[in-house]
Write a protein that binds this ligand. Structure first.
Ligand code: PEP
Ligand code: MN
Length: 339
């Protein structure tokens, strides 16, 4: 349940509501908006609560029951779309669609620096690159680790682009947190609840991908783990799901984009590279995602995809990426956004 306070409710009135909730044995999540404060009641059985208990208190406008199992992630919790500022210029979830681009893996200093400059030139506002890679085989390249993080940080220094990189284990949060602007949680960890809980205790944005065969509800419950830990800077990403179809690496679920926009206030990102596995399909699916309402895109770009150490088949060359950025512009404008 959420308790919506009246506009301009006094701090003492808010405090009295919080005290009442806590007396009843529930946890509180306070959201102080520009106009009004919302008190979220968190507890597995909050449906047992009587709404009148709170509606009689001074300063309370109304209470709203949130029927979905995800509460803080729900659209009902916060009617307004959440905006997540990243770096000096990017706001994820704002009017402008944010494009995060870069190689699947950081392979060398030269490779990431060259890519960073190229994607910046093309209009991307966040640099991606994996330093800790979740590979299906233990014999495949596992990422450069901290060395890769250092190369990413140098690329940020040179270009001013904030960086996003994947964290696979709670043991690495501290190290990766020293470098990254956004923690990426990959598809394989959508339901790694100990990792998600630990990220809930950090104060950096978290980019959460949908599980390999994950449902939308499982994606949002993953987000709820981070939010309930106190970190409200979470974005969710559609990256394709495994279906019976084998012609593509995954099946990009375009439905997920408008559906998520309705179910959650969190920014929604589309990853057409992992969603398709084929570079020829990345542009068309990216355009469809923008038309469907995505707040951001994540696109793999490599200076020489045929030599990439991972995911070359789905990576765009910097040139193709530049062309795609130009083609996305009118589509973003047609849906009232910029890019
Ligand atoms: C990636 O972004 O390179 C990645 C490993 O993605 P996913 O978790 O979606 O497979
Ligand atoms: Mn990849």
């Amino acid at each position: 349940m959420i308790i919506v306070m009246k506009q301009g409710a006094a701090p003492t009135e808010i405090e009295a509501v919080v005290n009442r909730v806590e007396e009843l044995g529930y946890k509180v999540h306070l959201s102080r908006g520009e106009a009004r404060t919302i008190v979220g009641i968190i507890g597995a059985d909050d449906y047992l609560l009587n709404q009148d208990t709170f509606e009689v208190l001074d300063g309370v406008e109304k209470t709203v029951r949130i029927m979905q199992p995800y509460k803080l992630a729900s659209r009902d919790f916060s009617g307004a779309a959440s905006e997540i500022p990243v770096g000096p210029n990017a706001v994820i979830g704002g009017k402008k669609i944010v494009v995060m681009a870069g190689p699947c893996s950081v392979e060398s200093r030269e490779q990431i620096l060259e890519t960073a400059h190229a994607i910046k030139e093309a209009g991307a506002t966040v640099l991606r690159g994996g330093a800790f890679k979740p590979r299906s085989s233990p014999y495949s390249f596992q990422g450069l680790g901290e060395e890769g993080l250092k190369f990413l940080a140098e690329a940020r220094e040179q270009t001013g682009l904030p960086i996003i990189t994947e964290v696979m284990s709670s043991d690495d949060i501290e190290l990766i947190g020293e470098y990254t602007d956004i923690f990426q949680v990959g598809a394989r960890n959508n339901q790694n609840y100990s990792l998600l809980k630990a990220l809930g205790k950090t104060n950096k944005p978290v980019f959460l991908k949908r599980g390999i065969s994950g449902t939308i509800q499982e994606l949002l419950m993953g987000a709820e783990y981070i939010l309930s830990g106190g970190n409200m800077q979470v974005m969710v990403c559609e990256r394709g799901i495994r279906t019976y179809e084998t012609s593509t690496r995954n099946t990009f679920d375009i439905n997920a984009i408008p559906l998520l926009k309705g179910l959650t206030h969190l920014p929604v990102v589309a990853d057409p590279a992992h969603g398709t596995g084929q570079w020829e399909l990345v542009g068309p699916v990216a355009k469809a995602a923008v038309a469907a309402g995505a707040d951001a895109l994540m696109i793999e770009v490599h200076p020489n995809p045929s030599k990439a150490w991972s995911d070359g088949a789905q990576s765009l060359t910097p040139e193709r990426f530049g062309q795609l950025m130009a083609e996305l512009k009118p589509i973003a404008e047609a849906v009232g956004r910029g890019i």
